[in-house]
Design a protein around this ligand. Structure first.
Ligand code: XMP
Length: 520
């Protein structure tokens, strides 16, 4: 455990909760620096004056599984404010002499809590109704309060939903104030850090940028780093961060699969090679990809062919560069959140993390993942701080297999050409009508059916173009965007009139689930 000795901070002790990074994120949003330390690695001697308060996270453990966690009780004697959340609340109560037992009624999901007493922690948290909806996720609960603790709020099933020991500045919360489902939850964290810990604002995107640059420099030293640049937000931000941190020791590989959006390769080269002066290796592998994909129509087979070839090309170029020690990836925290604990605490495993870009482990490269503790919107802010254009930062996601999975059936040069145009017109129209930023992701797809139409006095027999536009928080669930009829009319006319090969346009009105965002 090594803490930044100079900067005032809130120390978050991680007991393996899925939400620990969210606590850190809320504190960053409030403009304050925090550090997360695993309960296994915390050392009293390292808690110096810069630590202004401690938050104990939730976790999958039970306070009576003593052999599964370690927690030095001396932390309670440091005269520092402590806020325990969920498991943190239970362990804080137990260490102070209270009791914890399995709840009769496990609480998962939303519950109402009712105000019982005033507290600095809940200042301006409860409205006049003295009731708030909060997010509970626990099987155990405090059954007996320690001496000198009092109840601040209760729910029907949790008598001790918020508790405090005012003299010692110890607070316990049974629910999760860090998740957005808890109404006004951020206020509790804000009250704890500003009113109780009395820490001042000391953290911004600029500080974040400088810290990450320093960390990358110290991790890679004088070694060479390669990075796969796709032109998407995450890989663009990692590229620019590494460019600032290590300059010419960074080698970016941009592979043109032939399945990119219209003019994508021109834009990437212009931005990264010409404007940002990045060591960019442009690989035109259009022919290689299209010949491997010839006559393949099965979606999974397409994905595999593209993934494997991408890796082969990447390895080929990594060898050419020679003496490369690191591979940089734009992994974000949500990519890791359900797979493993990033601080080394024990977390319940929910699913395995699929490596970004699917690059193989046997390349023997060490990973540089500077964004792995950040969330998408934080990465976007960081990108702006790194002087990337708003256009790059706010782009809709684009999948690795590209247009291949927006073209059910076999892939041909003719179809790619048609689809690139349709997608271009659609996205351009969204921008022209001020809709692009209201939509999470939008694209055109080409369906493998031809239908009859009439243009002038002539019969046409051409492809069907599908438009998809969705709203979403994170791509896990989605709803279709409700366009006005006039917009749909405009774009439909534009596509049919401008592109030879399409005579009909349909709009996809399914949500996810049951559909997915992409077609394949
Ligand atoms: P689905 O289609 O699964 O898409 O609802 C969810 C989000 O993931 C993107 N996506 C991918 N991104 N490689 C990527 O980098 C892929 O293979 C891939 N498949 C889907 C998709 O565009 C959407 O944003």
């Amino acid at each position: 455990m090594s803490l930044d000795q100079n900067l005032d901070k809130i120390l978050i002790v991680d007991f393996g909760s899925q939400f620990t990074q969210l606590i850190a994120r809320r504190i960053r949003e409030l403009g304050v620096y925090s550090e997360i330390v695993s309960h296994k690695k915390i050392r009293i001697r390292n808690i110096n004056k810069s630590v202004r308060g401690i938050i104990l996270s939730g976790g999958p453990l039970n306070v009576y599984q003593i052999n599964k966690y370690s927690f030095n009780k001396k932390i309670l004697d440091l005269n520092l404010p402590i806020l325990g959340i969920c498991f943190g609340h239970q362990i804080l109560s137990k260490l102070n002499g209270g009791k914890v037992k399995q709840s009769k009624h496990r609480e998962f999901g939303l519950a109402n809590i009712y105000k019982k007493h005033e507290s600095l922690l809940t200042k301006n948290f409860f409205g006049v109704k003295k009731i708030k909806k909060v997010w509970m996720s626990h099987a155990d609960q405090v059954s007996k309060l320690p001496l000198n603790f009092k109840v601040v709020a209760s729910s029907t099933n949790s008598k001790f939903a918020i508790v405090e020991n005012k003299t010692k500045n110890f607070f316990g919360i049974q629910f999760h104030p860090e998740v957005t489902h808890t109404e006004n939850g951020k206020k509790l964290i804000s009250n704890f850090i500003f009113l109780i810990c009395k820490i001042r604002r000391n953290w911004s995107s600029k500080d974040q940028k400088l810290k990450l640059i320093k960390e990358v420099q110290s991790q890679v030293g004088t070694n060479k780093v390669i990075c796969a640049l796709s032109g998407g937000v995450d890989s663009s931000v990692v590229t620019q961060l590494l460019n600032k941190a290590i300059g010419k020791k960074l080698y970016c590989i941009f592979v043109n699969t032939g399945l990119l959006r219209k003019n994508e390769e021109i834009q990437v080269i212009k931005t990264f090679k010409k404007r940002l002066k990045i060591n960019l290796i442009y690989v035109n592998a259009e022919k290689e990809f299209l010949s491997k994909l010839k006559n393949v129509s099965e979606p999974e087979k397409k994905r595999k062919i593209i993934g494997n070839l991408f890796i082969k090309i990447f390895e080929r170029y990594a060898k050419k560069i020679k003496n490369v020690s690191f591979l940089a990836q734009g992994t974000l925290y949500p990519d890791l959140i359900e797979s493993k604990s990033v601080t080394g605490s024990q977390t319940s495993k929910i699913k395995s993390h699929h490596n970004v870009g699917g690059l193989p482990k046997k390349m023997n490269l060490k990973l540089v993942e500077p964004l792995k503790f950040l969330f998408k919107d934080e990465v976007r802010k960081l990108g702006l701080e790194l002087k990337l254009s708003k256009e790059i930062i706010s782009r809709h996601p684009f999948p690795g297999p590209g247009l291949a999975i927006r073209m059910p059936g076999i892939i041909t040069n003719e179809k790619i050409k048609i689809l690139k145009e349709a997608d271009y017109y659609f996205i351009q129209a969204l921008k022209d009508h001020g809709l692009y930023h209201k939509i999470w992701q939008a694209y055109a797809a080409l369906l493998p059916v031809k239908t009859v139409g009439v243009m002038g006095d002539n019969r046409t027999y051409e492809y069907l173009c599908l438009l998809r536009a969705i709203t979403s928080e994170d791509g896990m669930t989605a709803d279709f965007f409700e366009f006005k009829k006039s917009f749909l009319q405009t774009i439909s006319n534009k596509i049919v009139n401008s592109i030879r090969g399409i005579n009909r346009v349909v709009y996809d009105v399914t949500s996810k689930p049951p559909s997915t965002i992409e077609l394949e």
